[in-house]
Design a protein around this ligand. Structure first.
Ligand code: IMP
Ligand code: MG
Length: 182
């Protein structure tokens, strides 16, 4: 029997165990690839969708790092093409000369990350890479490739583990496909 707060869910797509295992693998890969660099890594959490993923991921990265947060809003809605991306929360730290890892919940059309990468590149970081929990390559409208991807998924609307529908369902600990009953 579904709990009240699970009413919008059609089925579990990625379980808590699968997420945990994959996040550990990503953390190990990132650790290996950044280990030999001298500077600390700046991990940027894109609000709000990636807070759960980012907080689990950084515990699996075993090198010195700092975290920062950036907020964006996209015009359009969950089902509609994004036309513009605006910054609603700026970073607190400077990123000039630093290795930057952007952590995102999902790459869909690719427009959000393209815009963010463009904005952050003008600040002349040493490097910028992207780590996204999910990737929906079939939905891409602009060329965008993540450097570290948790799971590639089909074109379905998903919820949970940070991802929302109208700001709800972020607290569901697994990734689910949205049903009609919400
Ligand atoms: P993009 O700019 O189209 O790549 O959009 C990425 C953003 O769209 C993500 O950060 C999410 O906020 C939102 N998004 C895209 N697909 C989904 C989904 O299936 N569930 C929840 N949010 C989604
Ligand atoms: Mg988002």
């Amino acid at each position: 029997m579904k709990k009240d707060w699970e009413k919008g869910i059609a089925k579990i797509l990625i379980s808590e165990d699968q997420i945990k295992k994959r996040v550990k693998e990503l953390g190990e890969q990132i650790t290996r690839e950044y280990k030999s660099r001298n500077e600390e890594l700046v991990v940027i959490c894109l609000l709000k969708g990636s807070i759960l993923f980012m907080s689990d991921l950084i515990r699996e990265i075993k090198i010195p790092l700092v975290i920062d947060f950036m907020g964006t809003s996209s015009y359009g809605n969950e089902f509609q093409a994004i036309t513009e991306v605006k910054i609603t929360k700026e970073l607190d730290e400077q990123i000039s000369g630093k290795d930057v890892l952007i952590v995102e919940d999902i790459i869909d059309t690719g427009r959000t990350l393209t815009k963010i990468k463009e904005i952050l590149s003008t600040r002349e970081p040493k490097s910028i890479k992207i780590c996204s929990l999910l990737d929906k390559p079939s939905r891409r409208e602009v060329k965008m490739k993540g450097d570290y991807i948790g799971f590639e998924i089909e074109d379905v609307f998903v919820l949970g583990y940070g991802l929302d529908f109208k700001q709800e369902y972020r607290n569901i600990p697994y990734v689910a496909v949205m049903g009609k009953d919400f």
